[in-house]
Every structure is written in C-alpha cells, then in structure tokens.
Design a protein around this ligand. Structure first.
Ligand code: ADP
Length: 307
C-alpha cells in the first residue's frame, strides 16, 4: 500500500523507454542502459534495473521496496530514483546513470595506473591525467563521499547493511553514489533503546564486510555500517583487493569471532591504519559515527597501498 503511494509519483510509461545494452547484472536481474524520452523535459540516459521474469511475488515486493527506499532519500551521494515502470510487463526501476559503473570495477580497472603512478607522465598525458584519479586526493574524496552518504542515512534513521565498493557507483564527475538499498532498513529501537535491526533475511550475507555483532547475533546498526565503511576504505587504498585475501567466508567468520579484523597491507599509512582501527573496534559504541569518519578524513588523507 505504502509502496504504491510513494511510487505513484514516479510512474513512467514503458513506451517512453528505449532499452539499450546491459550494464551489469545483480541479485534481481540485469541493469541496462536506457534512453528515457520526455515531451516536457530533455531525453536522458538512465540505468534500468529489471526484475527477472521468473521472480517470486515476494521478490517483486522486495524489488519495489528498494525503489521506495531510494525514493525517500535525497542526498548528492545517494543514487537517485528517476522512475518506475510497473504496468504491462515485468517491473523496471529507473535510476540515475553512473557513467563509470560500480566502484569496485572502477578501482580494479585503474590498477595499472598505480603501478606507474610516478612515471605515468613519461607515457602520455592521458594516462598521467588518469593516474590523478587514483591519487591520495581522489581516494580520500571517494571515502569522504561514502562517509557523507552514511552520515545522511544515519540522520534519516536508515541502516544500509551492505556497504562495500561493489555497491557504490561512480558518476561522470567521478562522484560516489551509494546504491543497492536492497538490504537497507529503517532502524527500530532495540531492547536497550539503541537503534538496531535484528536480521531475519534469508540468503547471502556480505560476510567480509560484516561487524562481529552482525556475524554473531545478526544485529545491524549505524555502527555496523561504519565497520563496513572501514572495509570500503581498505578496498579504496588497495584498488579493490578482496578483504581477508583468500580466506574463505567460513574461516573469516571464525577469525572475526576470535577477535580478528581485516588484515591491512604492510605499507598502509598511519592515517589508513588509524581509521581502520577506529572503525573496527569490537565494541560498536566505541566506533566513530559516519560524520566523524568524514571529519577524520578531512585532516588525514588516505594513500594507495601495494595491497
Ligand atoms: P547487485 O544486485 O549485484 O548488488 P545491481 O543489480 O544493483 O547490483 O547492479 C548490477 C550492476 O549493474 C552493478 O554492479 C553495476 O555495474 C551496474 N549498475 C547498477 N546500477 C547502475 C547505475 N545506476 N549506473 C550504471 N551502472 C549501474
């Protein structure tokens, strides 16, 4: 009911949409580039997320609920909902297009630049310019944008629960947009009055980004999003290395339960180590807020590691 009311303002006719190539595929189905034609506005390119043909009704409502969550948010570093197509066919959710795709792919595609970062100027001006996009300033800006998005969510009482590079997008201005609100929930007051969310969702868990209390008790909060933000920072400085190296998710579970946290690269700077240590404190209450992480990064820039 609530979903239908919120999405009513976003309805788009299927005829107004021209679907183009696939941009990627995810849990619900594939994401395609699409041209959205408009009589009153300019036509624009959008990302159209489709629900698989054979999806169960519960998946359809989850899919639309994600669109509804995004519609309720308004922040420059949170992906925006453009529209939804619901009638005559499988539902489509239209989101603002992120020119550079997801952050994980973006980082990994730039690994070759890091190797020659110092001497890139000798190769060509183009690669010299590109190398600037994996500079300390660029990585720090991306981290701060993710922190700003999380600070905003926390002010709105929303827990994302799946923060990681693969769930962030990079737009044409190389600005970060937090996406993938499929697991996001409004916070509810926990037994002790603390806002937290006890998980009851079946399916896959982002174990490598999860805080000890999420792994042990299925509890999610703004503080577990901050743990994941610390892991995202690690992904940034290693240009998308897998957290915990080759350790299996089951082994990671045991390792974190025994007090472990993601290993840092040997050459990680004191700024990176300091931030990681803050975000990965065992006691959730001792972790900084996303706004504090944002402020920390203003004074202490990140730098690339060899991974
Ligand atoms: P998942 O379900 O795997 O978390 P999605 O279904 O949201 O991911 O998206 C799958 C892939 O499609 C992403 O990894 C990304 O590469 C691409 N993609 C998703 N949304 C956008 C967008 N708004 N702009 C550009 N590419 C996108």
């Amino acid at each position: 009911q609530h979903v239908a009311v919120v999405l009513a303002a976003y309805l788009v006719k299927r005829e107004a949409l021209e679907l183009r190539e696939e941009l990627g595929s995810g849990q619900f189905g594939c994401v395609r580039l699409a041209l959205l034609r408009s009589k009153s506005h300019c036509s624009r390119y959008v990302a159209a997320k489709a629900l698989r043909e054979n999806a169960a009704p519960t998946e359809e409502s989850e899919f639309l609920r994600e669109a509804c969550t995004i519609a309720s948010l308004d922040h420059e570093h949170v992906v925006r909902l453009i529209g939804v197509c619901i009638s005559d066919g499988p539902p489509l959710v239209l989101m603002e297009l992120a020119f550079f795709g997801d952050l994980l792919g973006y980082l990994r595609a730039r690994r070759h630049l890091a190797e020659g970062a110092d001497c890139a100027g000798r190769e060509s001006f183009a690669s010299y310019e590109e190398a600037a996009h994996v500079s300390s300033e660029a990585l720090t800006r991306l981290a701060r944008e993710a922190a700003a998005a999380l600070a905003y969510l926390s002010s709105r009482g929303v827990v994302h629960r799946d923060v990681r590079a693969a769930n962030c997008l990079v737009d044409a201005r190389r600005s970060l947009k937090l996406a993938d609100f499929g697991m996001a929930r409004e916070t509810v007051a926990g037994a002790d009055g603390a806002p937290e969310y006890a998980c009851r969702r079946r399916g896959m868990f982002p174990v490598l980004w999860m805080a000890p209390e999420s792994l042990a008790h299925g509890v999610f909060s703004g503080a577990t999003d901050v743990w994941a933000l610390g892991v995202l920072v690690l992904e940034l400085v290693t240009l998308g290395a897998r957290p915990y190296g080759s350790m299996s998710p089951l082994r990671v579970l045991e390792y974190v339960a025994a007090g472990g946290c993601p290993p840092l690269p040997l050459d990680a700077t004191p700024q990176t180590c300091g931030l990681a240590r803050l975000c990965w404190q065992r006691e959730a209450e001792r972790r900084p807020s996303a706004a504090e992480v944002h402020a920390y990064l203003a004074a202490r820039p990140l730098a690339l590691s060899a991974a």
